[in-house]
Design a protein around this ligand. Structure first.
Ligand SMILES: [Zn+2]
Length: 42
């Protein structure tokens, strides 16, 4: 019983699984590090 979906990370282009209601799905970043990269907040 899996409700996870596959997304592609906006930063590193890796595919990852996340729950549709999670932050990762909303931002389409596989990790906080990629989210920081993708938003240019380094
Ligand atoms: Zn990533």
């Amino acid at each position: 019983m899996s409700e996870f979906e596959t997304y592609t990370c906006d930063s590193c282009n890796e595919e990852f699984s996340a729950h549709p209601s999670s932050n990762a799905a909303a931002n389409t970043y596989c990790s906080p590090a990629c989210e920081t990269d993708g938003k240019g907040l380094r």
